[in-house]
Design a protein around this ligand. Structure first.
Ligand code: NAD
Length: 256
């Protein structure tokens, strides 16, 4: 495969684990210099070391994406930026009644405000590239009615904010798209009850969880020049769950 990201610099948030890690490794394998941003400085360094060991270029960058000052600091450290993946996020699987005000604020800060800060503060460096792309990681929870108040709302917000960015930054040569993963095999997915995963899988026509690399492939496509006319779109990577999962489950149940 040709290296699509030679001489390009890309920031990936939440790159110390799961999908962010897979995206960072895949980008570096295709020539990008990757800024491995994560709240957990140790895992940022581990992923960065792994990239360098494999012959790539990486900078570990400990940061809390929920803090606007930390984005400002990152913007000052970057001159020209070709890609930004707003991937960092936290899970919170509770409805309105069981969500405390502090829980609500924390999930919104990490999952949604971070995307606003990232686009706001890094847009000038992305514009200097003349040809750049932002990928905001939402979820299938941002595509349909979802039981989790804060998580679902944050992911709908990411979807909406992506459209604003696509409109606002098109003139600067920056494309902005959202990715909506379904069930992906990462520590976040496994952070709650196992039954949540096994029951959810019954509504996945592909009958399995995704590997983080399968979502990374979609993110890399949107960052690359192959997607040069793709902006403001929603790329769902979910094994068919959103488009027909309910009927998959119904017909499977009826045939048993
Ligand atoms: P993960 O828990 O494996 O990795 C998330 C990373 O984000 C961790 O390294 C963590 O340290 C980092 N992080 C958390 N809070 C941070 C903060 N405030 N600042 C900086 N870094 C922070 O999770 P994952 O499953 O790879 O999830 C990545 C993204 O994909 C998230 O936005 C998540 O909501 C979304 N998503 C996940 C799934 C799934 O099934 N795993 C499905 C849909 C969407």
């Amino acid at each position: 495969m040709t290296a699509r990201f030679t001489d390009r610099t890309v920031v990936v948030t939440g790159a110390g684990s799961g999908m962010g890690r897979a995206e960072a490794l895949a980008l570096a394998a295709e020539g990008a210099e990757v800024w491995v941003a994560d709240l957990n400085g140790d895992s940022a360094r581990t992923v960065s070391d792994e990239i360098v060991r494999r012959g790539g270029a990486a900078t570990p960058y400990p940061m809390n994406v929920a803090e606007p000052e930390e984005w400002q600091r990152l913007a000052e450290a970057l001159d020209v930026l070709h890609g930004l993946v707003n991937n960092a996020g936290i899970s919170f699987r509770h409805g309105i009644a069981a969500t405390g005000v502090e829980d609500w604020r924390r999930v919104m800060d990490v999952n949604l405000s971070s995307v606003f800060y990232g686009m706001k503060f890094l847009a000038p460096a992305l514009a200097r590239a003349g040809n750049a792309a932002i990928v905001n990681v939402s979820s299938i929870a941002g595509m349909l009615g979802y039981f989790s108040a804060a998580y679902g709302t944050s992911k709908w917000g990411v979807r909406g904010l992506t459209k604003v960015g696509a409109l606002e930054f098109a003139g600067d040569g920056i494309r902005v798209n959202s990715v909506h993963p379904g069930l992906v095999d990462t520590p976040l997915l496994r952070s709650g009850e196992d039954r949540f995963v096994t029951e959810s899988l019954r509504a996945v026509p592909s009958r399995r969880v995704a590997a983080p690399q399968e979502v990374a492939a979609a993110v890399l496509f949107l960052l690359s020049d192959e997607a040069s006319y793709v902006s403001g779109t929603e790329l769902v990577v979910d094994g068919g769950l959103v488009s027909g999962g309910i009927y998959h489950r119904l017909t499977t149940d009826l045939s048993e």
